[in-house]
Design a protein around this ligand. Sequence first.
Ligand code: SF4
Ligand code: SF4
Length: 520
Amino acid sequence: MTATRWQRARQITQIASVILFFLLAFLTYRGAESLVPLDLYLRVNPLVAFAAMMATRAFIATMALAMVALALGFVVGRAWCGWLCPLGALLDWTTPKTWKVSTLRAFQVSPNIKFILLLVIFFAALMGNLTFLILDPITILNRTFSGAALPALNALILGIETLLTPIAPLAPIVDFIEQNFRGTVLPAQQTTYGLGILFALVFVGIVALNWVASRFWCRYLCPLGAVYALQAKISWLRPRAVKECSHCAACMKACPTGAITVTKQGFTVDSAECVACMDCVSACPESVIGFRPPTADRRPQISGGQPSAVGGRALSRRQFIASAATAVTSVALFRAAPSAQRDDAFLVRPPGARENHFLEKCIRCAECVKVCPTGGLQPSLFEAGIEGFWTPLLVSRLGYCDFSCNACGQICPTGAIPPLALDAKRATVIGHAYIDENRCIPWASYNRCVVCEEMCPVPEKAIRLDEVDVIAPDGARVHLQRPRVIHTLCIGCGICEYQCPLVGPAAIRVYAPTVFPSRA
Ligand code: SF4
Ligand code: SF4
């Protein structure tokens, strides 16, 4: 196949991969069935697989596919980065056309940073910490999609609908959108995420770095790229020269990752940086370069007097030690922080997560956040300390744990949230509701309100109404129904807090379950 055809095949593969990623993301958010696993891009991710297995000291069967991806890395090097990674494809498509190789030369950033980050992730994982997995590209895309892009898209469409509805001829368009897309492609209700803007900024920052150098993220920072880069140093297929080179440097200019250096002696390829895009093969006017296996007799293939070098800048001993020291110091500081010593009162985890070595298993992938139908699961900031950064917690004022839903446990790729059957999930205590009598309407305002009692989904009702006759501040005698929580029945689903009609904080709030044990 010609280089041009390979390039065309790569473009099609990238488009297909991005479409598949977002299709699976939409299907996940709808909780739909799918022929391929909804978390496919995490299952084939050797970075999260190894880190999670190191942290838990156990083989995670759902991540076995990552071993296949890893094996392929020894054959095709960083082809994942050039052909399949959805973030890599988005970066390719957003690289400014005016970017010049000279721009990069002005920045002497070491490609070894990504290897250092990789080692920090693995050393921290050995200590049972997965905080640094927030740098994994698939988890970054997941958080951007579920925490920022989809809510923003929905808000935009709702805004447009508000404008169109009063215009009679255009109103049917609104009806069509609502009837055909609401609850399927679009969320049934507007979700909001406290950290959505931060997720968007991280993504925009990664894209903006393309203006410094094409694929800046992939060259210097991506820890998943670093896994494949290590393999690429010894991969079977890689760019190799087959004849004399005229040193025109066309390949060097074409290479989007700066993997090629052309000198008077010939060209060298840092195979750790090569993403198998074929741009150099296509650019070479004399067909010197090919993406090839080693020759059968294993003699070096000469190009302008130099073999096409394997290249790669080895991590120095000092950098290795610095990586280990960074991981050990960071994890020690995380654990010494006050927030790590005492849980936040409102740290309500998804069902079954709290008892399950949660922090050692949660890879911060945000699949549970994406699948939660009410938007109640939110990525945490410091509620669980820095070690729990961006792990999920239930924020009941924004959304509740639906009594008929157990989706988060089914989608979680590492078992951090156990896959509870619906009956078991319904009996699992995730928190406890407490009434603030200084704000609760029947208690504080002597008016009628039974919303929380009506909403409580527990069949025996974890909120009961006490009939009382009281004297109001104006001297009138009033008959009231005052809510009271039966703590041995409350599971902490949070629908009472969500539905409480007060403006601002609810008069009933769900706290972390520190007092009452599980009913299961
Ligand atoms: S708990 Fe949520 S964020 Fe953590 S690994 Fe499971 S699905 Fe991903
Ligand atoms: S959190 Fe509220 S709605 Fe849920 S079980 Fe407890 S009292 Fe009922």
